[in-house]
Design a protein around this ligand. Structure first.
Ligand code: BGC
Length: 721
């Protein structure tokens, strides 16, 4: 540790406060204004605050936490004012959006979720957290654990996809990773149902039954609570007429009452003030009253608490006890993070943390494992490393910025390896050319140079998709087709008769249509981060055998949306017969998606046996084991993601046709067989019953095991409570 002035001051403060801070006595000493200050979060950047009055506010004890202020020296400079110049010397907590990396950028969360590598996700979160801490960031606004069933919604890119069970496993892994050091706190967001925005338009209304809320949207948040997440963020949307940032049912009854969680809820960016536009508050004072009373502890950016809190207490519209409870939560979090003992961060530790080889390696492995092989006719992939020439064609083939996706922390494009750079590094002896062909957007009709490059090369790679700004916040689309002239570009190359691989780069499911039908090979690579090019080249040239699976359904076209694997059967399920009229179906397209949840190919093949059960019945206290043999029957080592689904065919309320209840990623050498055991217990059968409350019905339960949600291996047991 470098002994700078702030570090020394930190040590002095630590020794002066040999006694751990007593939250209750601190609270007793605080004025109402100082309390409201703890609930205020203001914005900034590397330089300091974005608001001119930021530093004055710190001196006046009006800032409890910040958003975006970072850089160890900047953070220490501000912290010094808080802990030496204010009456009660309460340290500030510095927050930032560290979503999929800080300086080393890992694949976008949806992409990383495709790896089904939970350990890997925990490690990348831990690495992001280490780098962030080196810049003074002790609170990250991640993981985003919203369930997303609508690819129009740009924020699908930030989460783990459509499934509540898998989303819960990912939430747990990411929370554990971010919080591993004990010095950084994570934030489960956005509480709640933000992903259910009508028509996929960001910030839009959500409306649903309490059952759907509890069974689909709550579980990843509950998993985060169980993994001891320190904070939650209340979302922008309304749910059935009540905005999430003023929703007492979700914020207090569920979080505090049912889940007994004692962490901190921060609003989303100005979402408290936005209660006025939602139309449930007429004034900032009413917005403050609604949010604080519902259970939003910290207000991000807007200042309704700071300006109105004291007045509301005087008028009896906000109780001292409610205010105290929110402040208590904030102080307790600061205490748990050790901020009172050591409010500063060591300076000069960037070099030891940023982009270190270990983090780059993690990023590369994660980029490769995130790739999903969607199609591979005639085993076009992997390519031989002895090829003489490669043509990389397409607008995303050499775009460093786009590889970082949306929310890229302090990532810098100069650090990023593109597909072009990755392939060049991989094949030093080959001639690797690059032709952009067309931009992501806009109409181009002349593909002559691209076609000539394709004709002249042994290997043709088409790097197409979306640019990074097309997904993420406020980036919804009404079309999920390949934008611009990219399809025409692919078709022009196709017309040459030369085999080629479509290397997709995008932040949401796309409707691939013609490409899915005609292109010989398709590799989905999402936005793969700092090591994108190296990781993707590892897959294309066979050093890594792809093992990613889709964490979200790829529709055939947008008209099928919302489409997700765990749907209901309806009273008139379609048999698949062509002329069946009064069935739940479309006239113009099949019900099935282009690619189902859990789908992804490998360069080898795996045989998965029919599931065997350890018993024919299960009761409330004894779990059951489901076993399958998985064999690598091809001639390359590879990994398979074995998936277990259940169905409860007769229950008190209708149940989904399938529900994921187990995943296991197994690596197998050629010819190797492994037994995979899953445990099922009563908790896997629970659903929100007809009268409310979690129940499991007696009766038959079907079990499917395979390598996608279309798994055909089947067994059944009876649940006898
Ligand atoms: C986003 C959050 C983010 C916050 C702070 C909001 O607009 O919805 O996800 O954490 O800004 O940057």
């Amino acid at each position: 540790m470098k002994l700078t002035l702030p570090t020394l001051l930190g040590l002095l403060t630590a020794s002066a406060l040999a006694q751990p801070v007593d939250i209750e006595s601190l609270l007793q000493q605080m004025t109402t204004e100082e309390k409201l200050g703890q609930l205020m979060q203001i914005g900034g950047d590397h330089q300091g605050f974005s608001d001119k009055d930021g530093m004055e506010m710190v001196r006046a004890s009006q800032v409890g936490s910040t958003l975006g202020v970072r850089g160890a020296a900047t953070v220490n400079r501000i912290q010094k004012v808080a802990v030496t110049e204010t009456r009660l010397k309460i340290p500030i907590l510095f927050a930032f959006d560290v979503i999929h990396g800080y300086r080393t950028i890992f694949p976008v969360p949806l992409g990383e979720a495709a790896s089904f590598d939970l350990k890997g996700m925990e490690e990348t979160a831990a690495a992001a957290s280490r780098e962030a801490y080196a810049h003074g960031v002790k609170w990250t606004f991640a993981p985003m654990v919203d369930i997303a069933r609508d690819p129009r919604w740009g924020r699908v890119v930030e989460g783990a996809g459509e499934d509540p069970y898998y989303g819960s496993l990912v939430a747990r892994a990411r929370v554990k990773g971010f919080q591993r050091s004990g010095k950084v706190v994570a934030c489960a967001k956005h509480w709640v149902a933000y992903g259910a925005a009508e028509a996929g338009r960001d910030y839009n209304t959500a409306d649903m039954s309490e059952r759907t809320l509890r069974e689909v949207y709550f579980p990843p948040f509950k998993a985060a609570v169980d993994a001891k997440v320190g904070t939650f963020m209340s979302s922008f949307n309304e749910i059935g007429g009540v905005p999430a940032s003023a929703n007492r049912f979700t914020l207090t009854d569920v979080l505090r009452g049912e889940w007994k969680w004692d962490g901190v809820v921060v609003s989303d960016f100005t979402s408290v003030e936005e209660l006025i536009k939602h139309g449930i508050a007429g004034t900032p004072a009413e917005a403050c009253e609604a949010a604080l009373n519902a259970g939003v502890d910290i207000e991000m950016v807007s200042r309704t608490y700071l300006k109105n809190g004291a007045r509301l207490i005087k008028d009896g519209k906000l109780s001292q006890a409610t205010l105290d409870e929110s402040v208590r939560r904030v102080l307790r979090l600061k205490k748990r993070l050790g901020l009172f003992e050591d409010p500063y961060v060591p300076e000069g530790t960037q070099a030891a943390n940023f982009l270190i080889p270990e983090h780059r390696q993690l990023a590369r492995v994660s980029a490769a494992r995130s790739c999903v092989l969607l199609k591979n006719d005639k085993n076009l992939l992997p390519y031989s490393k002895n090829v003489k020439s490669v043509a990389i064609i397409g607008p995303l083939g050499d775009s460093q910025q786009d590889m970082m996706g949306s929310w890229n922390g302090d990532g810098q494009k100069k650090d990023v390896t593109t597909l072009l750079a990755g392939v060049r590094a991989r094949l030093p002896g080959a001639r690797v050319t690059f032709v952009k062909g067309c931009p992501v957007h806009g109409v181009v009709t002349d593909f002559k140079t691209a076609v000539a490059a394709a004709k002249a090369a042994d290997v043709v790679l088409l790097a197409v998709g979306e640019d990074a700004d097309m997904s993420g916040e406020a980036a919804s689309r009404t079309s999920i087709d390949l934008p611009g002239s990219q399809l025409a570009l692919i078709q022009a190359i196709h017309a040459t008769g030369k085999p080629y691989t479509v290397v997709l780069m995008n932040g949401r499911p796309l409707a691939l249509g013609w490409v899915a039908d005609k292109s010989p090979a398709i590799l989905e690579t999402w936005f793969a981060g700092t090591e994108a090019g190296n990781g993707i080249a590892d897959v294309l040239f066979g050093d890594v055998n792809p093992s990613g699976k889709l964490p979200i359904t790829f529709p055939r076209n947008l008209g099928q949306v919302p489409i997700y694997y765990n749907s209901k059967n309806t009273g008139r399920p379609w048999s698949g017969k062509k002329n069946e009229k009064y069935a739940s179906r479309y006239l113009d397209v099949l019900n099935s998606p282009q690619y189902v949840f859990g789908y992804g190919l490998s360069y080898t093949r795996f045989a998965i046996s029919a599931p065997r059960l350890s018993a024919a019945t299960m009761d409330a206290s004894s779990p059951l084991t489901v076993s399958v043999e998985v064999k690598n029957v091809g001639n390359r080592a590879g990994a398979e993601v074995v998936q277990l689904y259940i169905q409860d065919p007769v229950a008190g309320v209708t149940r989904p046709v399938r529900e994921l209840r187990g995943i296991e990623r197994v690596e197998l050498a050629p010819g190797e067989t492994r037994t995979v055991n899953f445990t099922l217990s009563r908790k896997d059968l629970l659903y929100w019953g007809p009268k409310g409350g979690w129940v499991a019905d007696p009766g038959e339960v079907l079990v499917y095991v395979g390598n996608s949600s279309a798994a055909t291996g089947k067994a059944s047991f009876r649940y006898v409570p």
